[in-house]
Design a protein around this ligand. Structure first.
Ligand SMILES: Nc1nc2c(ncn2[C@@H]2O[C@H](COP(=O)(O)OP(=O)(O)OP(=O)(O)O)[C@@H](O)[C@H]2O)c(=O)[nH]1
Ligand SMILES: [Mg+2]
Length: 547
């Protein structure tokens, strides 16, 4: 079921992050031979950031043709997030715009896909839940060095991964802009059949340098009117175009359009322009402010897959799965995109269950926990494993039961492997238990030896036979135990002797020891001398003898 939050319940988004210093980090490289390489370490570093670990995510990406101000726009998002969305977040007039690298000129700048190193933590007002917001910059399409497949892949990856996809376009919304979305509508169609959940969240056509405000006004209102016009269906239209429009609407929770004014000539023609607000037209500043704010108000758009809001942990699996299928020489078929999503869906469920298992086991028998009796450890393992499997089952999964069974088996076998290492770790903590067998047996030997000597002394030698028998039994048991530990053979005999010593320890020595210590403490408390400190206190509060 969808964990979507009803919009009417959501008030304003509130911030809990402190402005920090991040940097753009390359997460996908495109090699010279046009291969896509996911930089897992960099991605992991961002997603496992202590602030964002296991939090749900909202990912904003900007994609479109090259040299159209995508990185420039993302730097306004950064300003907003770094300044906690306060009223004057746009900044001073003479402040250069920094963050994701942007530049003027005609040659492409951004390559591959980059993400801001620091996730921003924003809080939803209704549930008070903290959400990790991530910003993603992409390589521009249609530059002279990229193949058609490179461009389509960058666009596809950013759309599949993000919860808010800003499709950066200049001047007008044309038919070819819609055609680029054909692959996703095809994917969306089969994903919808499989899961009945809307596959994508928000797609915003951002039209830069809009020059016809007298026809359609700037901002969302004019944008919506333009979008309605472009999405009109009529009988003369080719069926393909009609289907594209119908399917596009079905595939996104929100499909909207924003018309942005021109930023002024200094912005696009001056080589000295460094992003200072004073060089930007007032209209652009006002509308960029409204646009950025609108992405976080009135609610955050959390990334959903298969109707479920996903966490940073799950996002990693989706990233990996999508990169794997887009690595091939051809663009993947919508069907294999769905299979990749279903596999990542199962992998994410497995990751959630495994994370739960490891956390729970750490709490029971982790590094800072004392030694646990093997029976107790096994019982805890069975219970925690059952709960982990329930967690796996609870995640709605695509791809049917047979696919999910495969991942469930993998989960079980990985948990079993982990359990073995927990057992070993637990055993290694048991130095005391290791020496306990020897201590217990030697103590019995000393005791029986003394007793038999004492009986001889009192002319009761015939009874000393009994103690001699126990003495020699313990002697042989100790010998056998040392042999087993030294040689590693006959482990069962060793375990049997350990078990006997354990019973002896718990039933005889431990109670005696505890009694003795308790008596000793009580005796010390009763007879401790009263100290006359400066305040007359003996450190026990009343300075009197305790009963
Ligand atoms: N005309 C126009 N230019 C803009 C706008 N926003 C930014 N620019 C300018 O566009 C140029 C390119 O900006 P970038 O942000 O580097 O563009 P990009 O789309 O990231 O370019 P690539 O990384 O090469 O794909 C800069 O000189 C900006 O000043 C806009 O809305 N309209
Ligand atoms: Mg760029």
């Amino acid at each position: 079921m969808s964990g979507r939050i009803p919009t009417e319940e959501i008030m304003n988004t509130s911030f809990s992050s402190t402005p920090g210093t991040g940097q753009p980090i390359q997460i996908i490289d495109i090699t010279e031979d046009h291969k896509f390489k996911l930089n897992e370490n960099n991605l992991q570093q961002i997603l496992s950031h202590p602030k964002a670990r296991l939090k749900k995510v909202s990912i904003i990406s900007v994609a479109g043709a090259f040299r159209k101000g995508k990185s420039f726009l993302l730097d306004f998002f950064l300003r907003y997030l770094n300044r906690n969305g306060r009223e004057d977040w746009l900044g001073a007039d003479d402040e250069p715009l920094t963050g994701f690298h942007w530049k003027g000129g005609s040659e492409r700048d951004t390559t591959g896909i980059l993400m801001w190193s620091e996730p921003f933590i924003l809080r939803r007002n209704d549930t008070k839940e903290e959400i990790a917001v991530l910003l993603m910059d992409t390589q521009g399409a249609f530059d002279s060095q990229s193949t058609v497949k490179d461009c389509a892949t960058v666009f596809a990856l950013s759309l599949m991964i993000s919860s808010i996809h800003v499709y950066n376009i200049t001047q007008n919304l044309q038919e070819d802009d819609l055609q680029h979305l054909h692959l996703f509508t095809e994917y969306g169609k089969i994903a919808l059949e499989d899961s009945h959940e809307t596959p994508f969240q928000r797609l915003t056509f951002l039209i830069r340098d809009w020059s016809f405000p007298y026809e359609y006004s700037y901002g969302y209102e004019g944008g919506q009117a333009l979008l309605d016009k472009r999405f009109q269906i009529n009988s003369k239209q080719h069926q393909e175009l009609t289907e594209l429009r119908i399917n596009l609407k079905k595939c996104f929770n929100t499909l909207n359009c924003y018309l942005m004014p021109h930023p002024g000539l200094r912005v696009c023609t001056s080589p000295e322009f460094d992003g200072k607000l004073k060089d930007i037209e007032l209209d652009f500043k006002n509308y960029v402010k409204k646009f950025v704010e609108a992405q976080f108000q009135p609610n955050l758009t959390v990334k959903q897959i298969n109707g479920r809001e996903i966490t940073t942990l799950e996002l990693f699996e989706y990233f990996r799965a999508y990169c794997r299928i887009f690595e091939a020489d051809e663009l993947p078929e919508p069907k294999s995109m769905l299979l990749a999503t279903a596999e990542a869906n199962n992998l994410a469920a497995k990751a959630i269950a495994k994370e739960f298992y490891m956390n729970a086991m750490e709490q029971h028998c982790g590094g800072d926990r004392p030694y646990m009796h093997p029976h107790h450890l096994q019982a805890s393992n069975v219970q925690i494993m059952e709960e982990a499997i329930k967690k796996f089952d609870l995640v709605p999964k695509m791809g049917g039961e047979s696919l999910s069974l495969k991942y469930l088996d993998e989960l079980k076998s990985e948990m079993n492997d982990l359990y073995e290492s927990y057992v070993k770790h637990n055993d290694s903590k048991n130095i005391f238990a290791f020496s306990r067998t020897a201590t217990s047996l030697i103590a019995v030997m000393v005791l029986t030896y003394l007793m038999s000597g004492l009986l001889e002394w009192f002319w009761l030698g015939s009874f000393s036979f009994l103690f001699n028998f126990v003495f020699w039994t313990c002697f042989f048991l100790l010998g056998a135990w040392i042999y087993v530990k030294y040689s590693g053979e006959y482990k069962e005999i060793g375990e049997y002797i350990d078990g006997l010593a354990d019973i002896l320890w718990r039933r005889v020595y431990q109670p005696i020891y505890e009694q003795f210590v308790q008596h000793a403490i009580r005796a010390m408390l009763s007879y401790a001398p009263i100290q006359d400190g400066p305040s007359g206190s003996n450190g026990r509060g009343d300075g009197k003898k305790r009963n």
